[in-house]
Design a protein around this ligand. Structure first.
Ligand code: PMP
Length: 386
């Protein structure tokens, strides 16, 4: 065997020994909150289809109409002939939705964070990044070569002391946080972060991947709910979670968006999203504005689930539709997840290094399609297993 393959095999064996070997589960079918895997039906608690929009008939129709009109692919990058009018229409709609001057579409949230951060920063700059920020944020910072300074999760005192010590050593400085954290389901102290960004001459960027569609009067996110869109320099988010579609956006002022069009390499050097995906995203925003009952029901049911878990004496976190049940030990978490799977619940154990050591958890991703009855049955199972 070639040396490289010997090393790969060793690495995979080590992962397996530590219970860290990742696997793919081929899903045969998805209906509402149910999925079929290996011919067994599960209730899915691991998808980000928070509002159940991935199967919304109006969105499906919008996609079909766009396929009929434009074909399947965009067939070029945005700066060549892949910039259809519908891409521009979505950008105008997203800018309105997020109450910012301009928007730019990226092909995924991962590519958005990579592109924005690497375009904006260089080795003379630094980024103050919440310790629990998503891997795409970390990878974007690494690519930019800026100094990464991680502050304790949601700890503005810790951030302040780091700013005090470090800010003046660098040219530009960015503070970056998720608004709703993907693994903990809690929210960032945005108003305090804005105070600090002003005081220490930084810019601030937020990732609304898990907040878009769920919070705020129009469902645009936490920034809308807190009425601070003017104070956040860059807001990114995805169409791939509550909107049930695909892709991502960045909103900011006109100058910043023009700069990104010219410099963000993940935007420039990739074929643009197919028009049918863009049409779905547009329709999803319209539905989020019009079908407020989806987010209201989701948040009410999430609260119900969390309160009941607490009543069972369990350790839960979060203030959103993402509910982590902290188990702690890796093996115990794997065992409970396996027992739940045998009962027909698709819940996956989240372990180190995705979350800190000794904080292994079951992450319940609640969706509009989980009825009260489903939640009550799940609570019954958890009562026996945990
Ligand atoms: N940011 C956050 C906070 C995320 O949770 C994710 C996806 N899990 C992304 C960005 C990446 O988005 P996408 O899946 O569209 O690449």
């Amino acid at each position: 065997m070639q040396k490289v393959y010997i090393l790969l095999t060793e690495s995979l064996k080590n992962r397996e020994k530590q219970g860290l070997l990742r696997k793919l589960y081929p899903i045969k079918e998805r209906r509402g909150c149910k999925i079929i895997v290996n011919n067994k039906e599960y209730i899915d608690f691991s998808s980000n289809d928070y509002l159940g929009l991935s199967n919304h008939p109006q969105i499906i129709n919008a996609a079909k109409e766009a396929v009929n009109r434009y074909g399947t692919g965009a067939c070029a990058s945005r700066l060549l002939s892949g910039s259809f009018e519908i891409h521009h229409k979505l950008e105008e709609e997203v800018a309105r939705f997020k109450q910012k001057e301009k928007a730019l579409i990226f092909n995924s949230g991962y590519q958005a964070n990579l592109g924005i951060l690497s375009a904006l920063l260089s080795r003379d700059d630094c980024v103050f990044s919440d310790r629990l920020n998503h891997a795409s944020i970390i990878d974007g910072i690494i690519l930019s070569q800026a100094k990464i300074i991680r502050f304790k999760h949601n700890d503005t005192d810790n951030l302040k002391s780091l700013l005090e010590k470090q800010r003046k050593k660098y040219k530009k400085a960015l503070i970056i946080t998720e608004t709703i954290f993907s693994m903990d389901g809690d929210r960032a102290p945005l108003k305090e972060l804005i105070e600090l960004k002003k005081r220490y001459d930084c810019i601030i960027m937020v990732d609304e991947a898990h907040a878009t569609g769920i919070f705020g009067e129009n469902g645009s996110g936490i920034v809308e709910q807190e009425g601070i869109s003017d104070e956040i320099d860059i807001i990114m988010g995805t169409f791939s979670k509550a909107l049930g579609c695909f892709g991502a956006y960045c909103t900011s002022d006109k100058k910043m968006i023009e700069y990104l069009i010219n410099t963000a390499r993940s935007f420039i050097y990739s074929t643009s999203l197919p028009p049918a995906v863009i049409a779905s995203n547009l329709k999803a925003i319209e539905i989020i504005r019009n079908e407020k009952f989806r987010r209201e029901t989701l948040l009410k049911n999430s609260e119900f689930f969390k309160d009941n878990l607490k009543d069972l004496g369990l350790k839960v976190r979060g203030s959103s539709q993402i509910i982590p049940l902290i188990i702690g030990d890796n093996n115990k978490t794997i065992k409970i997840a396996a027992r739940l799977q045998r009962q027909g619940y698709f819940v996956l154990p989240i372990r180190y290094p995705t979350v800190p050591k000794n904080e292994s958890r079951l992450r319940f991703s609640m969706t509009f399609n989980h009825s009260k009855e489903v939640i009550i049955n799940l609570l019954d199972s958890l009562r026996k297993f945990v």
